[in-house]
Design a protein around this ligand. Structure first.
Ligand code: 3UK
Length: 546
């Protein structure tokens, strides 16, 4: 048996069988990890022991301004509560439920320090969704923002494993057994559990749009691996950077971008409870933020509002979660002067694996494999396709897919490669160009049409604010291309506009790709992470055409 600090071996016991793991590669010198590793020691305690504890670490909506030493002290006190008052044993799963706040971050590090496994959940999840996650990961403990307790209580009824819940961010009337009150009685020193590099430290549930959520198991080593690949090689943050953005900490895009990555260089982050585009712009100005993480749709909404805000502090802007159309890159560049950094990541791989620096951005392309990762495009048999041909994106690197007890593991890994479910091609000079999700490809009259390509074309028209393109069942053609379009204010939704947009697309793309049906709408269905829910547009189409 290899070493583990886990007394509760649930995670190890439910890893996929070895033959279903993706191949892992650790070629870079900075990816040589020791046998024992605790990511909280590396990312948090290190700064304090190196005498840098007074550096600013986290700021919050409610006036919080925590140094690295403050965050360490809070995490240590909470770790004591987990162990002494809540009976946490290394390897137990701890549900974290809250909006992005410094306290939520302290809870995350407390779980790492105590050798637990963090199961962070999106604030918007309802009782039924929470109970799926709790049951699947056999969660025993929960730290929950007081304002979000109702849905957790509703879930608890169906979750016998969930024994211990403590509330944080309580209002002053809410009694003495809340997390902060108990934590305040604990010592500010804690000796971290000496976890193995391959002890599981988080289970991230996919923000999947269909089916039961899948739990992705990641190790302490994986957390450190993502910190050593994309940030130093692509983002290149500096110690005085101020990070800000919208993705929840429960989404690994947010966990990395707003908590882990700033801490790799001793920088700071602003954690906003509400980070809608309308809230993000004034916050960038208020905190003089320098690095922004959000989704393409949020950049589209913010761009026209930029002139009303002082965002002169901004240095770098990162886009992920969804494909970045060339029109959005241009829109943001014109408005802010900043070239977006696009990157594709996935919950299964923890963070970004194909990206580019500002100087090598190529409009319409995601970029090249991040140092530490390899990527290619495969056909259905798993053969590598030559450049220019569309196939399945395949990736390997130091991190990879390990679903918690899930037969769908076999669909994600092929011959050691992680298959992300995206259709890509490798274009000029080795740039990876996104086409669509493999199951979103529209097949019309025998042609394969990628919805996002048609969306990118529509977005170039000045009247279009947002759009979503899906296949609609059609007797003659199998499917036809149907576009849902949100117009900019002042534009009229009429037959003339339909014709204008159709002609506009035909002038840019092969005419067979133009949207034969266009429907104007006020809003598109999106997930909490900014992804367009095409399946909802499709069911909309199905309902209307039946
Ligand atoms: C899509 C993109 C084109 C793509 C994520 C950064 O999105 C993240 O993780 P999810 O598990 O979804 C993964 C899927 O989302 N996607 C994400 N980014 C891009 N498509 N261009 C992009 N730049 O379909 C991918 O397979 O929710 C993103 C970091 C961490 C993440 N977890």
């Amino acid at each position: 048996m290899t070493y583990t600090a886990h007394l509760d071996t649930f995670a190890r016991d439910h890893l996929p069988p070895p033959e279903q793991w993706p191949e892992l590669i650790f070629e870079l010198p900075e990816l040589q990890f020791p046998e024992r590793l605790n990511c909280a020691s590396e990312l948090l305690d290190r700064w304090v022991s190196e005498g840098q504890g007074e550096r600013l670490c986290l700021q919050g909506d409610r006036g919080e301004r925590w140094t690295y030493a403050d965050l360490q002290a809070r995490a240590n006190c909470i770790a004591h509560v987990l162990v002494q008052d809540m009976g946490l044993v290394p390897g137990n799963r701890v549900l974290l439920r809250g909006a992005n706040t410094p306290q939520m971050a302290a809870c995350w590090f407390a779980v790492q320090k105590a050798g637990g496994i963090a199961v962070a959940t999106m604030p918007m999840l309802r009782g039924g969704e929470l109970s799926q996650v709790i049951q699947k990961a056999e969660v025993s403990h929960a730290l929950c923002d007081a304002r979000l307790i109702d849905e957790l209580r509703a879930a608890q009824v169906q979750c016998p494993t969930l024994r211990e819940i403590r509330l944080f961010n309580c209002s002053s009337e809410e009694g003495t057994d809340n997390l902060e009150a108990i934590a305040a009685t604990k010592p500010a020193e804690f000796s971290n559990v000496d976890t193995a590099a391959d002890d599981c430290c988080l289970i991230a549930f996919t923000s999947g749009t269909t089916g039961k959520p899948k739990g992705c198991m990641h190790f302490h080593r994986d957390v450190m691996a993502i910190c050593r690949c994309w940030p130093p090689h692509v983002l290149k943050p500096q110690p005085d950077d101020v990070f800000i953005g919208s993705p929840p900490l429960a989404f690994t895009f947010g966990l990395g971008g707003l908590l882990l990555f700033p801490m790799t260089v001793g920088a700071s982050a602003v954690l906003l409870e509400k980070a809608t585009p309308d809230a993000l712009l004034p916050a960038i100005a208020k905190y003089r933020a320098t690095v922004c993480f959000t989704a393409p749709t949020s950049y589209r909404v913010m761009a026209p509002q930029l002139p009303q805000h002082d965002v002169s502090s901004l240095r770098k802007c990162v886009s992920a979660g969804e494909a970045l159309p060339a029109a959005t890159r241009a829109l943001w560049k014109d408005a802010s002067g900043i070239e977006l950094i696009d990157g594709i990541g996935a919950t299964e791989l923890l963070h970004i694996f194909i990206s580019h620096e500002e100087s090598t951005a190529k409009p319409g392309a995601t970029g090249k494999p991040v140092p530490g990762y390899r990527a290619c495009v495969l056909d259905d048999e798993g053969q590598v396709l030559p450049p220019g041909q569309i196939g399945r994106l395949a990736v390997k690197g130091p991190t990879g897919c390990r679903y918690l007890a899930d037969p769908r593991q076999a669909n994600y890994v092929l011959k050691g490669w992680n298959l992300t479910g995206d259709a890509y091609l490798v274009g000029d000079e080795g740039y990876f160009v996104y086409q669509s999700r493999t199951d979103d490809m529209i097949i019309s009259g025998g042609y394969n049409i990628a919805g996002p390509e048609v969306e990118a074309a529509l977005l170039l028209h000045p009247a279009v604010a947002e759009c979503g393109v899906v296949g609609q069942a059609d007797e003659a053609r199998g499917q036809i291309v149907k576009a849902f379009v949100v117009l900019r204010s002042g534009q009229s939704a009429n037959a003339e506009m339909v014709k204008t947009l159709q002609d506009f697309v035909k002038a840019q793309l092969a005419p067979y790709k133009y949207p034969r049906a266009i429907e104007f709408t006020n809003q598109l269905p999106r997930t909490e992470t900014g992804k367009l829910q095409r399946f909802r547009l499709r069911s909309d189409v199905a309902v209307k055409s039946s």
